[in-house]
Write a protein of this length. Structure first.
Lengths: 43, 360
């Protein structure tokens, strides 16, 4: 996934990261967790 | 005194007075990059993990027992604080902690400001050591503490170490080899991985300023000479102290630090117009750190050869392990993110091309 106008480290601390980047990561993680379900727990 | 001279002296005096006035006014403004309490209400813990070769890694945790763990791994010449800057709205770790994730912020061996400063064994390590020793200690440690498989979020080299870890690499003497059992074990040990601006190959398109260096014989000769010099000095100066020296000297001089963060040094790290003065100052104050000479040589070798390969001494006679060519071994769920301006000049670069091509 490519973010227009973003550089190397500003993907972590750029002006609008909390609006542009962080939610995308959280959404993807949520999708992976939902798909894996209990598989992410080590018994 | 002639009229022309008098005018010149008057103008010079007025200019100096005006300059002094603005410096004086500037000094009355708040210091840049001041820390904010961004983690109010979160439970902070400190954990320690020991690697197989004896390095002590100190990890900061925003504890959310029951939440899925997330391991943060930093980039070259950085430390874990790049994800945990004390600036409201610019802290990825706190953002995800408030979403219920169990956050683990690591620094690789030799890095991290106090009290999260990690030890290392004489700065003889390469990036391979981070994947072969540090990464398993961190992942296994988190799994042991939480009973859950973590996500790994790596920025730049932190994502490259993730690729290396998932390729199941281990040392056989000076050789790095991929072990099929480790490939399977490590890919099943993570819930997923996010690589933020982490190149799978160090390639720049034609007419890009970096390509003009790496694609020309003179540029390649300069890189080779630099590698030779760092290899030679690594025997008596294995520790390259750039980040910690910046932190030590400029940490007490925030106005000067701000000036540096907006200088060409700053634009090597980020697209300047997409950052603000306060956050870029905070990044240099907290997020910069040191590397070993061997790490530098390994990265420079990748830039010279496009493919990212293992570190090897000059006496090495085998074919170096090629991480770029073994990306296909990765089976864990991955998200690759990058920007369109991940180069010092703000122009699109290989980081875009090589990572976007594998985006999920």
């Amino acid at each position: 996934m490519t973010f227009p106008g973003y550089g190397h480290t500003d993907l972590v601390m750029g002006r609008q990261v909390e609006k542009d980047v962080y939610p995308v990561l959280a959404e993807w993680m949520g999708e992976v967790e939902a798909a894996k379900g209990e598989a992410s727990v080590i018994m | 005194m002639e009229f022309k001279d008098a005018m010149l002296y008057t103008l010079a005096a007025a200019g100096t007075a005006l300059y002094g006035y603005y410096i004086n006014e500037g000094l009355k403004t708040p210091l840049p990059g001041q820390d904010q309490d961004v983690a109010a209400g979160l439970e902070v813990e400190s954990h320690e993990f020991v690697t197989e070769d004896g390095a002590l890694l100190k990890v900061k945790r925003y504890a959310n027992p029951g939440g899925t763990p997330v391991l943060f791994c930093h980039g070259f010449q950085g430390n874990g604080f790049e994800f945990d800057l004390p600036r409201e709205g610019y802290n990825m770790a706190v953002y995800l902690a408030r979403k219920g994730y169990d956050i683990w912020i690591s620094s690789f061996r030799g890095c991290g400001p106090e009290p999260y400063d990690c030890t290392c064994n004489g700065w003889k390590h390469s990036i391979d050591d981070l994947a072969i020793y540090d990464a398993p200690a961190l992942v296994d440690g988190i799994v042991a503490k939480t009973g859950k498989k973590p996500f790994w979020i790596g920025h730049s080299m932190g994502g490259m170490v993730l690729y290396m870890y998932l390729q199941g690499v281990k040392f056989e003497g000076f050789r790095v080899v991929s072990d099929p059992d480790l490939v399977e074990e490590r890919n099943s040990k993570l819930t997923g991985g996010i690589a933020v601006a982490s190149p799978t190959a160090l390639w720049w398109p034609r007419f890009h300023p970096y390509h003009m260096v790496t694609g020309s014989s003179i540029g390649r000769a300069i890189i080779t000479a630099d590698m030779m010099w760092v290899r030679a000095r690594s025997h008596f100066l294995p520790h390259m102290r750039l980040g910690s020296n910046i932190r030590k000297f400029f940490g007490k001089r925030p106005r000067l630090l701000q000036l540096i963060s907006r200088s060409p040094i700053g634009i090597l790290l980020y697209c300047r117009r997409n950052t603000d003065h306060e956050t870029s100052t905070s990044l240099l104050k907290w997020g910069g750190d040191d590397v070993s000479a061997n790490m530098f040589v390994q990265l420079a070798d990748g830039i010279r050869n496009i493919h990212f390969r293992q570190y090897y001494p000059l006496t090495f006679r085998d074919k170096p392990y090629d991480y770029t060519m073994n990306m296909g071994l990765i089976t864990a769920p991955m998200l690759y993110i990058t920007g369109t301006r991940t180069s010092p000049t703000g122009r699109p670069s290989s980081f875009t091309a090589t990572t976007a091509s594998r985006a999920t």
